[in-house]
Design a protein around this ligand. Structure first.
Ligand SMILES: C[S@@+](CC[C@H](N)C(=O)[O-])C[C@H]1O[C@@H](n2cnc3c(N)ncnc32)[C@H](O)[C@@H]1O
Length: 208
């Protein structure tokens, strides 16, 4: 069976599933599958979702954290509002120098988990897209270092390529355990993958 055909069927499958289950994106299942396997988002957690529009990951994270938790979604684009008071969304740019302070001002306490599916507009020029994706992931890491509590977790989208290893090393300096995750819902032929970093080290260990 041709690979492209299988990929299209898979895309269609998650698209229909998202529609049927009232999720705003088929990307939702990437987070759901990763969390089913690794359990990095728990009940009552405070979660920050970077690059959150249209809000599929917010919906999934809210189910994982429950009513005693809190989810903040951040995106350049406005996100259609949610009715629950334990979900907030803001329009903001991850490149804004004050973004970490801005995020902290909306949280009840420091975050337990930061998730980032932020992605640039794809140009089709491989090197450009890869570099922009790693740049966004680096911003997400910088934000995490200010917004996460000690022992917090970080889950971030990257694209495979030359710059990935340096980014991976940077993440490893700050977290106890780091692995690359490719959820089933992420198309096999795409270079997209996620880095899951568990247990932010206490500041002294990784700030020097
Ligand atoms: C793949 S979508 C996220 C889908 C989301 N996880 C869901 O399930 O609905 C990537 C998002 O990253 C956002 N984004 C890209 N660059 C950004 C930036 N500099 N600041 C904030 N958001 C950004 C885009 O606007 C886009 O909505």
């Amino acid at each position: 069976m041709p690979k492209a055909w299988i990929q299209d069927r898979k895309k269609e499958f998650y698209y229909r599933k998202a529609k049927a289950e009232n999720y705003r994106s088929r990307a939702t299942y990437k987070l759901v599958q990763a969390n089913q396997k690794y359990g990095f988002i728990k009940r009552n957690d405070v979660v920050v979702d970077l690059g959150a529009a249209p809000g599929g990951w917010i919906q999934a994270a809210r189910k994982m954290t429950g009513k005693q938790g809190f989810v903040l979604g951040v995106d350049l684009k406005p996100i259609e509002p949610f009715t629950q008071e334990y979900i907030r969304t803001i329009v903001a740019d991850l490149n804004d120098p004050d973004i970490a302070q801005q995020i902290l001002s909306f949280l009840p306490r420091k975050a337990d988990v930061i998730i980032s599916d932020a992605a640039p507009n794809i140009t089709g020029v491989w090197e450009v897209d890869h570099a922009r994706q790693i740049d966004l992931a680096t911003k997400a890491l910088e934000i995490s270092l200010q917004v996460l509590r000690p022992s917090g977790n970080f889950f971030v989208k990257v694209f495979e390529g030359d710059l990935l290893n340096d980014f991976l090393q940077a993440v490893k300096r700050h977290f106890e355990s780091v692995k690359i995750v490719k959820p089933q819902a992420s198309r096999a032929k795409s270079s997209e993958m996620y880095i899951l970093a568990l247990n932010l080290k206490p500041k002294k260990e990784h700030e020097e």
